[in-house]
Design a binder for this molecule. Structure first.
Ligand code: ATP
Ligand code: MG
Length: 384
């Protein structure tokens, strides 16, 4: 689908008299035989020229030459051939320069496997032997490795992230360059590192990634402990679980701010950490009630990865959760209002306590979740 839409976009740009090709990750994934998550198109046309060709476009990053083309069904990113110039702040190129040849554009790309293009007829343009490197399963910087990492230090972590995703090794010169420039990683914007870690968590070989962060000494310049043996068992398809596990291995408050984690990531990680701690005393009915299934399952998996002893199977989590008489506090058949009416008393700390006691009584099946029974229970306990 996406390929088809991108192909139509390419053909249209060509009909307008410019060059356009598939480029980057999508070509790499095509050669590896892997499903790609996005399709990038590169073109000799300037952003204004691209916008003139299509009826519907969005400026998503026009200063970097990227226009999102919409009118072929799926949104396709079309980026003008460019070079990146200098990265004096170690974050972004100072200025991008649009160029007219594909070769100049490919030269700015990070690794040989990412520096290939493909025409809409399937012809591969491979100026740096990317296909051969893919065949040998190696990640190799385009051009002079040290210079390329000096331009943008994030590429060092990208090399490792790709290695975790593909199970490839890093070519010796590229590896040596990472080792000698590792300390430069401290200047890279943490949100960029965050994005690479997100991809590493859900990769097939996360432990390999962590091991390489250690071996290259990159880990010395990043917050948190990176110990490959902690990650040997780790496997997930949920990025949130990666952050939760990384947090549990560190448990330091500044962690979330340092890595620019979202609130969602932080809340999830903290809940998993708490559920994980509570697992060691055994989960009670209230734990099954309070924690979301994903939280419980993540905490359970983490216990497994860490080799903790757990006396029950993972299936029991779903069973215990579905066996709860109610799933949310809203489903409790009574409210604070009922309790105040029955007791003729004003609200206060007692009310919160009594509601909690009612909830626990229902969850432990001492009382059925209906108003009459709860009223009786309430009179027995509080007024008996
Ligand atoms: P993924 O499948 O994870 O999206 P990708 O190769 O598409 O992998 P992106 O981060 O989406 O990775 O980047 C798209 C392309 O842009 C890369 O294939 C590469 O050619 C180029 N690129 C991205 N980031 C850099 C960088 N920091 N330095 C040089 N080239 C880069
Ligand atoms: Mg991509």
């Amino acid at each position: 689908m996406m390929w088809q839409a991108a192909k139509r976009v390419i053909e249209k740009i060509e009909q307008a008299g410019f060059e356009a090709v598939f480029v980057g990750g999508v070509v790499r994934d095509f050669i590896i035989g892997k499903q790609s998550n996005d399709v990038d198109v590169a073109t000799s046309a300037l952003p204004a020229e691209v916008k003139a060709i299509f009826q519907q476009t969005i400026d998503v990053g026009i200063e970097h030459g990227t226009v999102l083309v919409l009118d072929e069904g799926e949104p396709i990113e079309v980026t003008t051939y460019r070079t990146d110039g200098l990265y004096t702040d170690h974050r972004r190129p100072d200025e991008v320069q649009f160029v007219r040849t594909l070769a100049e554009d490919l030269a700015r790309r990070d690794f040989t496997m990412n520096a290939m293009a493909m025409t809409h007829t399937g012809k591969i343009i491979d100026l740096y032997n990317g296909q051969q490197d893919i065949q040998h399963k190696v990640i190799r910087a385009v051009g002079h490795a040290e210079r390329r990492f000096q331009e943008d230090a994030l590429r060092m972590i990208r090399a490792i992230r790709f290695s975790a995703q593909l199970g490839f090794t890093i070519e010796p010169d590229t590896m040596a360059a990472i080792k000698s420039l590792a300390q430069q990683i401290q200047y890279v914007a943490k949100e960029r590192i965050h994005a690479e870690f997100n991809k590493m968590w859900v990769s097939p070989f996360p432990a390999q990634g962590i091991a390489m962060l250690e071996q290259t000494t990159l880990s010395n310049y990043l917050q948190g402990s990176f110990t490959a043996s902690d990650w040997n068992q780790f496997q997930t398809d949920n990025q949130l679980v990666g952050w939760a596990y990384f947090y549990i291995l560190n448990e330091e408050e500044s962690f979330f701010a340092y890595y620019k984690c979202s609130n969602k990531e932080k809340v999830f990680a903290k809940q998993v950490a708490q559920a994980y701690r509570r697992l060691h005393e055994g989960w009670q009915v209230l734990d099954y009630f309070y924690y979301a299934l994903e939280v419980l399952e993540a905490a359970y998996d983490i216990a497994l990865w860490r080799g903790d002893n757990i006396a029950f199977s993972k299936q029991e989590i779903v069973a215990n959760k579905t066996a709860l008489p109610i799933a949310t506090i809203q489903q409790l058949a009574i409210s604070g209002h009922d309790l105040m009416q029955w007791s003729q008393a004003k609200g206060g700390a007692w009310l919160k306590e009594a509601l909690h006691a009612a909830l626990l009584a229902v969850l432990t099946k001492q009382v059925e979740n209906n108003k009459d029974q709860l009223k009786e229970w309430f009179h027995d306990i509080y007024q008996g």
